[in-house]
Structures are given as structure tokens and as C-alpha cells.
Design a protein around this ligand. Sequence first.
Ligand code: ZN
Length: 449
Amino acid sequence: MAELTFVGAAGTVTGSKHLLTENGRHMFVDCGLFQGTPDVTALNSLPLPVPAKEIEAVVITHGHIDHVGYLPKLVHDGFRGTIYCTPATRALIAIVLEDAVHLQAHLQKRGLHHQPFTPPPFYDEGDVQRTLQLTKPVPLGESFDVCGMTATYQNAAHIIGSAFVQLDIEGRRIVFSGDVGRYNRTLLYDPAPIGTADVMVCESTYGDRVHPPDALGALEQMLVQGIARGGPIIIPAFAVERTQEILFSLGTLQQSNAGIASTPIYLDSPMAERVDELFDKFPDAHKPLPSKNGKTFGAADVTLVESTDDSKRLNAMGGAHIIISSSGMAAGGRVLHHIYHHVSDEHATILFVGFQAPGTLGAHLMSGAKTVRIFGDDLPVRAALGNITGYSAHADRDEITQWLSTCTTKPHFFAVHGDPVSAQFLCDLVRSKFTWVGDVAHRGTTVTI
Ligand code: ZN
């Protein structure tokens, strides 16, 4: 019998790390960073239940930092096994980890480490390069051996390259959902059906909530109001996929709204540009994109801002214009400079397009703060603020249940990757709707499967 230990993303949304032990051999499914408030990020410093050098393999579900951000630390501590991932995820891991290590160095230099949602300074560029050398890409649907088990990736529709994992152990199948995406996405194909499972380890980020239905309509309304104000419309957006989705939406709105069509767009995110290239490199990992014709993800009149000097020049621009820049929660990155310059400008609009975690500047602004401190200066908030939550890459309560209903057996269900309330809600829902046995996973506990 194999043993499963919940090391991370159990009781929290971040820090995904599930340890599987079979016949004395150890492997992880995902190896992510804990992120957020100081008590959560402190969990990154806890020792692993098994020394890094005794881990034989890591099976990665997708390239978000809360699923891959601990890998270089594992390598730093002696891990020399194989890191399995899909081909697009491998390319994304390189982008995400290189960005993380540069951000660490930058914040260290400015004495700004310990900021919310920034990686702790516990690995360097060398660790990242050694990590990348250990990665082995495996396409969706192809089985591979790992620690005497057989693993297969299937499409999860969360971000480019994302997968859920079927693990076959001695005639039993464990499914790790990774992060479950959504149906009818503009860029990604629907999640694959689950098939059979004896154990289901499933995320529950939005296990108790339903996303608002009309993100595009909300975006149009906010843009029209922002254009009428006559100043910059700053959209903090995650470089990985949220930026591409927003560009796609802007392209759609340009066709029906003359005001939006005549408003120039500046993409000020070098990391997002690297992610854009990834879509070209892996055409099988997403739906066909709109023809380029000088457009970026379907949006016309997009200027790619490369240098930091060009980025600074945007601050002096007059009239209505759209700036898309990361990070999505304004926890760092170039968007901080744009907010610094415009948060006190009553003609400006700051439009968030995703979840704002506690402790971040985004959450502070959206809570109605009258002043914010950026780069040591206290600034009055006069810009108009908005937040559109319908762009989530996570399945909501109904979409997770839709996906779980594609399971043809009655597995033992474990809710992970959610705050305690949503994990419990999803667990109760699964028990009553499907009559499965369900438990909320607790960090540090081991179950025999
Ligand atoms: Zn994710």
C-alpha cells in the first residue's frame, strides 16, 4: 500500500506538495511555494518529512509558482531525481523560476524582501539552472514510469501546459487534479474527463463560490468609464495567461466599441511577452489563436514596452490609454511604478482583473484605503478603482462538480488547495451529491491509499 502525506496546499491555497511513498521510494506531486501572509510564507522554512536527496522524482501539474516555486530549494538541498512535466509546462517553469530568482535579487538589493507574494531568498540562479536540467517533458496522454508507478497526464484547462495526473499503483488509480480549469475558455480546450479513480486529490480554491458570469461585459463597462475620465487605465495582470486573456477580450471589444477601438494599449510586461512566445511554440497546447495581422492575441494597436526607460516614459503620457502590466496583485513589478505615479490622479483608473490576496497593495486599494504607501511615500487615493473577478483560471463550485461528474467510479475524495471553509464545503457537496467518501486534507498528515 502506498502512503500519501499532505505537505502543502492542505489548509492553504498555496504551497502544493504531496508526498507519495511506495515500497520505501519517495516522490512528490508538485513542489510549490507557500505565498501570502507572513504566517503562511513561514511554512517555506519547515523541513520536509523526507530529506531532499531521498526524493526520487517530482511530477509537476503546471507552471504556477505555488506548484513549482520550491523546486530550486529542493535541488539546493540535494535533490538529483527527475522532474516530470508537460512540454509547455517545462518552458513555463523556466520563465517563472528565472523571474522569481531575479525578483528575489532585486528585492534583496532594495531591502524589500518579506513583501507579500514574493519568493523568499533561499535559492539562486545556479539552483534554478540545475533545476531546469532535471526536467523531463512528457506529452499529455503518454504513460511514464515513476518510482515503480505509472503516471499519465491529462488536460486540466487551467493554464497553458496544465495537466491532472493519473497515477496507477498496484491496480489502484490515484488522480491528482492539480488546479482545475474551466469549460469554454477562449484560449484552452476543456478539461479531459477523469475516467476511473480509487482516490481523488482535488483542489478546492473556489469550492464554495460561483464566478460572476459576464467578465467581458464588466470589462467593457469599466473601460468606457475609464476612457471618459480621460487618463490612463492601468490593468495589473498576471503575466501567465491573464494578460493574454485580457488582450483577447480587448480584441473582441475593439470590434464592437469605437471608443475602446481608438484607445491605444501598452503591454508593459517583459515576462508576459515571453509567455506570448510560448503560445507560438506550443500550438497543440491551446486553441487556434486569431490570425496575427499585426495584432497581439487578437488585440490591435498594442505597443510592446521593452526597456525600463520606455516604461517610465508612459507615466508622462496624456489622454486615455490602457496599460497592462504585472504583477496582478500589484505586489511588485513594473505596475507598481504606474500605480505610484497615478494613484493620486483623479483622471486615472486602476482596474484589477483577479483575486487580491490579503496583505497585497491590490487588496489594500480594494478595501477602500484613503492613502497607500508605495516606495516609502504615503499617497492619497484619488484614481477610480475596479475589480473584475470573472477572469479566474480556476473552476468554480459548479465547474469542479461538472468535472468530478466525469469520474465513472466512487473514489475516496480529499480536498486540498483551498481555505478551510471552501475545502469543507466542497467535501460536503461531494459526499451528498456523489455519495463518495470525502475528507479535507490536513497538512502534515499521512493516509494509506
Ligand atoms: Zn495554478
